[in-house]
Design a protein around this ligand. Structure first.
Ligand code: CTP
Ligand code: MN
Ligand code: MN
Length: 514
């Protein structure tokens, strides 16, 4: 214990001269003024600098805490505003040891501090005030922490990387994950990727829990739950909602960014620029001077349809069309539904397909032919095809310089005739629906990597790559797995094989909804 007997060893006041005080770190001498609002009694120079008190507001209330803080400071005690690592004495009122312990853990206060401070009842504080100096700690002042509870295994155990755990589509904590995901989205709108990923990770951990969280203490020991996420979760558990989440949801900026990035072809940067120029809604763009590229024009034109979820039935109908197109231009080619629908989602924002042919090389140049066939049939409202920039050399696939995919791919908007799955309310004049479709062509030799890479979820993919790099010293992308230690590519013909090469338990697609 860092300050084991400080509270117990009374230090005669006289022995503390000015010289002794000069040795005290600045941090401990500084007295924060904020709690002394009301009747400011001028804070005295700390008389007991080795005792650094933190008053736990829980059950004590803010005004009593402020009063006690003023009182302590007026008597030369150091009373800190926050539970920093300089704190030596944590004082609570009407709290059990377990409650304080759990509170400390919920605040993400490092275990080192939790273990080394004195957890005390208010009686120690009031008696110390009475005698004008820190009194020695008696047993009756100490909050008892049940050692059994302390040593109890945590409620849940969750592995660190999303690719090491199962994340089903349906889970038990949607009220919490929706809130965290909204904060992640908002952080992304602010181009703060680190913060966005942190909230996404926290949400993802909650998705793996086998039941709904009731108390913040149950989250003890879980990875990826930072101080901020825990604070939001705690607020929702206690009050049913989080102030920060609700005010973000209501904010003009969040709503505008959400609406504008909802336009196909519009990313965060463009949406943010428009926002700063006063654009709030897609309709503001209709009669504005803003220059829109072709994708954005199509996005604006089909805004409503593209922001209506694609159902599984619609995805299947698109699958039939894509298969027809592919068979027409290259018999024997195979199409695979990837993305969210492969993970078992019942609706999505688009439909993703991977196309290959069992005879290596046959797939070359396939995309323009497929696109041309679809276009001729009048099935495309928009398409943008990017060429394959991936060169397979004799000794294995050339290593791509970045994580970017280099397959032949096509971002498109299909015109889906609605006879097969039409919502009855659809007007007669508009018997089709615009649906976003992503097509990707992969050589057969890379097919397993491509399926794995295009099945998602995005966080699952991110963690697969991170795990490969950080844990295995390998580099994974949608084309290949490179072993940096052996300096060679590792071939695989199935997803199972790739998991096994990474030393991971196989996670089926339906459990990759991280
Ligand atoms: N993907 C990618 N590169 C992109 C876009 C997507 O590699 N530029 C991959 C991602 O790994 C992602 C998968 O394609 O997991 C599907 O992406 P997307 O369609 O955006 O998301 P879904 O998980 O399918 O979710 P949704 O239902 O919203 O479409
Ligand atoms: Mn998708
Ligand atoms: Mn997609």
């Amino acid at each position: 214990m860092r300050t084991a007997d400080l509270g117990g060893n009374r230090v005669p006041r006289r022995s503390r001269g000015v010289r002794g005080l000069a040795m005290v770190p600045l941090k401990r001498r500084r007295v924060a003024p904020s709690a002394s609002s009301g009747h400011p009694s001028p804070p005295r120079t700390p008389q007991h600098p080795d005792v650094v008190i933190f008053l736990n507001e829980r059950k004590m209330g803010a005004s009593r805490r402020a009063f006690l803080t003023r009182l302590g400071r007026s008597k030369g005690f150091v009373v800190e505003e926050s539970c920093s690592d300089s704190v030596t004495h944590i004082v609570s009122e009407h709290n059990s040891g377990e409650e304080v312990q759990a509170w400390l853990e919920s605040q993400s206060i490092p275990k080192g501090i939790v273990d080394s401070v004195h957890l005390l009842d208010i009686s120690w504080f009031t008696e110390s005030m009475g005698s004008g100096e820190p009194i020695s700690i008696q047993d009756r002042h100490k909050l008892k922490v049940n050692d059994k509870l302390r040593l109890d295994p945590p409620e849940f155990t969750v592995k660190n990387y999303a690719c090491q755990r199962r994340t089903p589509l349906k889970h038990n904590n949607t009220h919490l994950t929706h809130a965290l995901e909204l904060l992640a989205e908002s952080a992304a709108f602010g181009e703060n990727e680190g913060r966005s990923v942190a909230f996404t990770r926290a949400a993802s951990v909650l998705k793996t829990l086998p039941r709904s969280v009731q108390r913040i203490e149950e989250l003890r020991g879980l990875p990826c739950l930072g101080e901020h996420s825990l604070r939001v979760i705690k607020e929702i558990l206690e009050y049913g909602a989080s102030q920060e989440v609700e005010s973000t949801r209501q904010s003009e900026q969040y709503q505008a960014m959400k609406a504008l990035t909802g336009i196909f072809g519009v990313g965060v940067k463009t949406a943010d620029r428009w926002y700063r120029e006063g654009v709030r809604r897609p309709s503001d763009l209709m009669d504005s001077e803003q220059k829109l590229n072709q994708a954005q024009q199509a996005g604006l034109q089909h805004y409503k349809d593209l922001n209506t979820c694609v159902s599984k039935a619609e995805a299947d109908a698109i699958g039939v069309i894509v298969d027809q197109a592919v068979q027409a231009v290259l018999p024997g080619a195979q199409i695979t539904l990837t993305g969210g629908f492969r993970r078992g989602k019942e609706s999505g924002h688009d439909v993703d397909f991977l196309i290959t042919h069992p005879e290596e090389g046959k797939e070359e140049g396939l995309m323009p032919k497929v696109v041309n066939w679809l276009d001729t049939q009048g099935l495309l409202l928009y398409q943008k095809t990017t060429r394959n920039s991936y060169l397979e050399s004799k000794d294995g696939p050339a290593r791509p310089p970045s994580n970017m995919d280099r397959f032949e791919r096509c971002f498109s908007i299909f015109k889906l005739e609605s006879q097969s799955c039409s919502p009855p309310e659809r007007e007669k004049s508009h018997q089709w629906k615009a649906v976003r479709v992503d097509l990707v062509v992969s050589p057969f030799s890379q097919f397993a990597f491509a399926v794995l890479g295009w099945t998602g979820s995005k966080l699952f993919e991110r963690d697969l790559r991170r795990y490969a790099g950080q844990v295995k010293n390998m580099s994974l992308n949608s084309h290949s797995l490179f072993d940096s230690h052996q300096r060679c590519f590792l071939r695989a013909t199935s997803e199972e094989e790739i998991f096994s090469l990474l030393g991971l338990e196989y996670i089926p697609a339906c459990d990759r909804n991280a």
